[in-house]
Ligand binder design. Sequence first.
Ligand code: MN
Ligand code: MN
Length: 456
Amino acid sequence: MSIKDKLMYKKKSSYEIYTGEMTEKIQNYASEYSAFLNKSKTERETVAASVELLEKNGFSAYKLGDRVKAGDKLYYSNRGKSLFAFTVGSESLENGIRICAAHIDSPRLDLKQIPLFEDSGLGYLKTHYYGGIKKYQWTAIPLALHGVVALKSGETVNIVIGEEDTDPVFCITDLLPHLGKAQMEKPMAKAITGEGLNILIGSTPLEGEEQDAVKINMMRILNDKYGIVEEDFLSAELTAVPADKARDLGLDRSLILGYGHDDRCCSYPALTALIENNSEHTVICVLADKEEIGSEGNTGMKSSLLLDLIDELSVSLGADPIVVRANSRCLSADVSAGYDPLYAEVYDRSNCAMLNGGVVMMKYTGHAGKASSNDASAEYIASLRGAFDNSGVHWQTAELGKVDEGGGGTVAMYIADINIDTIDLGVPVLSMHAPLEVIAKNDLYSAHLAFLAFCK
Ligand code: MN
Ligand code: MN
């Protein structure tokens, strides 16, 4: 071995590692992921698709207060919007739990509470965007409407319009370039405003009505199909998302273009690793809501529910929850920015995540001098290096971008706050937070293998 090979660190490409039969395995895994992505465009839909997958694999519903025993495979759906799935190991709980925590909400356009209006013979829905978006990207693309309307009767109506080939879709119009001179001179952040993100939903007036005839007709169509009236929007969670399905990208089909990779491309591998694991340790897969708006609320990672669940498992298995947490470890399973040569100026080329460079570990996220980051310990990273390298996991390390270029956060710090060693690990993404994001299939599969190795 040369001195160079002996001493120097070299990042590898997945193509040096995944060959032969593995290539087919990765393609199959990616197709299953794309199918999962297509039925999981909101956090509620992701919980439903995850529960379906878990039940197919022998998991059953758990209620807080239930007794558990080694060998149990359970899941707890929190208000249908976040999910805690777990396998109870034979090892003492006081030796620690392995936790993979991903999030299942994605940037989108939520409807306002009184969304419906009409202007100049056109019907619209008003929106309030959710999460960090570049607003101009959401105009002139087909949008689908997803969500629920909760009725006073206690019944909840599910709505999905725009996903079937025969469904209509919706759209936010943009200004024609011919008249867009002033608009195009504005900074990108100002060219399209949040208040201006109104969705076009129709143009036919209700016969016989003189005022608001289009608006009334739109409500009539919704009433015919879903039995709802305008006041029911007050207790609804309806959201506009890209109507597209996930597609293979590239002549070689090595990439996937789709909505919501952040963070379903980590949620899905966290789930499949939980399902496949046969660890002696207890393993929890957390699929959290509200990460994109700061992990707030009782379905977000700042909620005490993970603590409560660990307390409940400890009571049931005769363990001290403080000891359990002190010995537990977590992967905060979230995406990172993939290096994009078209925007090379924002990345540090030697500390960024490459597509096909494997699952990416981030010691810290945050912004401006690591603020709002848990900055994982060197010792914890060392133990993961060992675990990953022993299991042949293809992985890399990265920062989001250049120092002081910007930044971002994940759920990691909320889990680290309860005395659990935590680090970010996930899939590199191009066009993150755009209506359609890009990932590499090799990295997706590397995430599955990493979570599996971590559970051991
Ligand atoms: Mn994320
Ligand atoms: Mn995000």
